[in-house]
Ligand binder design. Structure first.
Ligand code: COA
Length: 259
């Protein structure tokens, strides 16, 4: 497949999807989301693919978030739709019948942290950094972060991380259970491949059923994702969001008016 914003590679049954916009820290614009979607469709259907690694190109970032430069043209309805589409793609990752592991090689912020959390588990390099800094922009996580961060680290810590916008390092992410292992940057992909090679030596049908059964524990029947998409959309009608996003794009501190 010929892609513009991702690189895909299949070796020994392991499909690697590398998000490839290093000059924008691999931020998720609509093209990246479409291309990840195509790659995930391939993963679902290609019998040669037994497992998948999701990672980011370059030494600095896994994914530094949704592409903030697309936000100013977005109204509340568009914001809610953006969240719903992102949630759908990330749910397809979470519910894939084959293991998908995030190899987090730098910043995993906002939508990047949400993408990593949609994967079945996460391995981080020592320079990985995690956070949901949306409140700096006058918005909230919209690609499932309010739900999955709460599942992974518990309500109190999730609330603190999302309200303070604090960025945490790989060691803290491990202590919170957000990542399973921390490796050097050089050995990140190899370490991830080693774990996946163990997994793919097992029964693929049984692995698919492990994923489905564990996910059933978290089946979102409580309307949390719908609420998140609605509230994410609401943010796009506020002057706080316009100020937060403009401040980021103009490389200055925001001055929130709180309405
Ligand atoms: N969306 C769009 N562009 C982004 C981006 C994002 N989420 N994150 C980084 N970029 C761009 C920057 O605008 C910059 O582009 P430029 O060179 O054209 O100015 C480029 O990527 C490099 O980022 P820069 O901010 O210069 O790198 P840094 O090392 O100084 O800072 C971060 C790194 C991750 C701390 C900083 O980029 C950042 O805060 N990014 C946004 C994180 C965020 O809020 N994510 C949630 C979005 S919902």
């Amino acid at each position: 497949m010929n892609h513009q914003t991702i690189i895909t590679e299949l070796a020994d049954g392991i499909f690697t999807i590398t998000i490839n916009r290093p000059d924008k820290l691999n931020a998720l614009n609509k093209f990246v989301m479409e291309e990840i979607d195509l790659a995930i469709t391939k993963l679902y259907h290609d019998p040669e693919i037994h497992a998948c690694i999701l990672t980011g190109a370059g030494p600095k970032a896994f994914v530094a978030g949704a592409d903030i430069s697309e936000f100013l043209q977005t109204d509340p309805q568009g914001g809610s739709l953006l969240a719903k589409k992102g949630q759908e793609l990330f749910a397809r990752i979470e519910n894939a019948p084959k293991p998908i592991v995030a190899a987090v090689n730098g910043f995993a912020l906002g939508g990047g942290c949400e993408l990593a959390m949609a994967c079945h588990f996460r391995i981080a390099s020592e320079n990985a950094r995690f956070g949901q800094p949306e409140v700096n922009l006058g918005i909230i996580p919209g690609y499932g972060g309010t739900q999955r961060l709460t599942q992974l680290v518990g309500k109190g810590k999730a609330m603190e991380l999302m309200m303070t916008a604090q960025i945490i390092d790989a060691a803290e992410a491990k202590s919170l259970g957000l990542v399973n292992h921390v490796t050097s940057a050089e050995s990140l992909l190899e370490h991830t491949r080693q774990i996946l090679s163990v997994i793919i030596s097992k029964s693929p049908l049984a692995i698919g059923k492990v994923i489905a059964a564990v996910n059933a524990y978290f089946t979102p029947s409580n309307g949390g994702y719908e609420k998140e998409a609605e509230l994410f959309g609401d943010c796009f009608g506020t002057s706080d969001m316009k100020e937060g996003v403009s401040a980021f794009l103009e490389k200055r501190k925001p001055d929130f008016r709180k309405n």
